[in-house]
Design a protein around this ligand. Structure first.
Ligand SMILES: Nc1ncnc2c1ncn2[C@@H]1O[C@H](COP(=O)(O)OP(=O)(O)OP(=O)(O)O)[C@@H](O)[C@H]1O
Length: 247
């Protein structure tokens, strides 16, 4: 639940287009600090694009994004990102441990290399996501779901304030899903803001306390309790949806 009135991410008048075709249209969105928020919407709704626009990976044609009141560029150390599974092509040899250690780079000074402290943190994060036994495995030789867990461990060692995750549950088994949910809830408990692109409408009320409905435009944003209803589902997905039949 919202713990204070601080806004972690503020998006104003954001419009993003690919090849002149708008995929996000005039989005205004304030994400309060401390929420565990799902972004839901149909395929192609612009969910990943919204996250990439916050991270500055995609340049909008209009609008602004601020992170705790400052441009992302000034605040990037506060933001950890877990990309969509399969979106990173590992064609160079790197172990799972190396990938997690990369998460500690932001906290190190110029040219400093990770030391014992960072290594300990990385091993702890690997243990948390159940991947310790794979620490010396080449990342390219892990399954998609295992790579996903490694990315999560890398985000954990970043010790960020805001976590942006693009479909972390995509294609993972039930045990991994449970492990990830527990980590998300732990992050929220420690006051972090967590934003997750999510497809499984059925689990929204159980996993999240905040939700944004998106379909090129922002349809609604707020607490799951208040706005996760038939009306917003129908507006977002364009067909007659009922919360009662999700289960
Ligand atoms: N690099 C790109 N070049 C051109 N069009 C793109 C590009 N990336 C995404 N798009 C288009 O932008 C729209 C939004 O894509 P985006 O990946 O943000 O949607 P999404 O809501 O995350 O979808 P999904 O649920 O299928 O992952 C889609 O119509 C997609 O085809």
């Amino acid at each position: 639940m919202e713990k204070n009135n601080k806004i972690a991410i503020q998006i104003d008048d954001l419009t993003v287009a690919y090849n002149y075709k708008p995929v996000l249209w005039d989005i205004d969105l304030a994400i309060p600090e401390g929420v565990l928020m799902a972004i839901v919407g149909p395929n192609g709704a612009g969910k990943s694009t919204l996250i990439k626009a916050v991270l500055g990976i995609i340049k909008p044609i209009a609008g602004t994004v601020t992170v705790f009141g400052e441009p992302y560029k000034k605040q990037y150390q506060l933001v950890a990102y877990v990309p969509q599974k399969g979106s990173v092509d590992w064609d160079f040899p790197t172990t799972a441990l190396d990938v997690v250690l990369m998460g500690t780079y932001g906290s190190l000074g110029w040219i400093k290399r990770p030391g014992q402290k960072q290594k300990k943190e990385a091993l702890e994060a690997l243990e948390k996501v159940g991947m310790l036994e794979f620490k010396n495995r080449q990342i390219s030789q892990l399954s998609g779901g295992q790579q996903q867990r490694i990315f999560l461990a890398r985000a954990l060692v970043q010790n960020a304030s805001i976590y942006l995750m693009d479909e972390p549950f995509q294609g993972v088994d039930a045990t991994t899903e449970r492990a990830i949910v527990n980590i998300l809830k732990e992050l929220r408990k420690s006051g972090k803001t967590v934003v997750v692109v999510h497809h499984d409408l059925q689990t929204v009320p159980e996993y999240f306390d905040w939700v944004t409905f998106l379909n090129v435009k922002k349809i609604a944003t707020g607490s799951v309790k208040d706005i996760f209803n038939d009306d917003n589902l129908t507006k977002t997905y364009g067909i007659n949806y009922k919360v009662s039949v999700l289960n």
